[in-house]
Design a protein around this ligand. Structure first.
Ligand code: PRP
Length: 217
């Protein structure tokens, strides 16, 4: 492992990266490269003591848990699936907001299926969240783990329903699906490695404070 004495912040491309930029700016941090155009996985910033690592959203808690990154920004959806063990979560940054819901093909009578206790098949990337949700309703479901494009599953007979994130609702509409249940409001949180917080307190705390001051309601 390489020794970098500064702050390593783990981010994923897309909405999390874009919506984190104003928070970074508030902490005086400006990336010198754009992950959408650079293929580098470690990005420098204007501050020699701060670097960014660009990873898959689902991997962010793992990098922070093991201290490979001192801090990271991850969605509540990802944190629930990871379990959040050992991670300090000081701030809900109120960015990358969306919701997790149950969706079915238009015309599928979900309520009737629930009422008669039907065992339905549900495709999702979010096994833990889905399991907890259906267990809390006393429903028996067969969960099928997928890694993306969940909306396809009911269209080709792989599942009766999906549990997925919805932002604009455009993907559901485009595929003839409708939301039938809201499970969770999702936003991204700052997560911090506990050991880093102690060892690099003087470096990390000002960044945490700057982020806290820049959160939009
Ligand atoms: C997410 C989510 C939905 C879509 C919702 O997928 O899984 O498919 O965005 O957004 P909308 O309501 O604005 O249409 P993402 O693009 O992250 O890819 P994924 O299928 O790999 O999860």
């Amino acid at each position: 492992m390489t020794e970098f004495g500064g702050i390593t912040l783990a981010l994923s491309k897309g909405r999390i990266f874009e919506e984190t930029l104003p928070l970074l700016a508030a902490a005086g941090i400006v990336p010198t490269e754009d992950p959408e155009t650079s293929r580098k996985l470690i990005l420098a910033t204007n501050r020699p003591d701060v670097r960014l690592v660009i990873i898959r959203a689902t991997d962010t808690p793992t990098y922070v848990q093991y201290g490979a990154a001192d801090m990271g920004i991850a969605g509540k959806d990802v944190l629930i699936e990871h379990g959040g063990a050992d991670l300090y979560q000081p701030l809900d940054l109120n960015i990358a907001k969306c919701r997790m819901c149950v969706a079915v093909p238009r015309g599928f009578d979900y309520e009737a299926a629930v009422r008669r206790g039907a065992r339905i098949r549900v495709a999702t990337k979010y096994i833990q969240t889905a399991r907890d949700h259906f267990a809390s309703k006393g429903m028996h479901v067969d969960l099928i783990k997928l890694y993306g494009s969940m909306e396809l599953a009911p269209l080709v007979g792989l599942a009766d329903a999906i549990v997925d994130l919805v932002s604009s609702g455009g993907t559901l509409r485009a595929n003839g699906l409708v939301e039938v249940e809201d499970i969770l409001a999702v936003s991204s949180r700052l997560i911090v490695n506990q050991a880093s917080l102690k060892l690099k307190h003087d470096l990390l705390q000002p960044v945490i404070d700057a982020f806290a001051g820049a959160i939009k309601p």
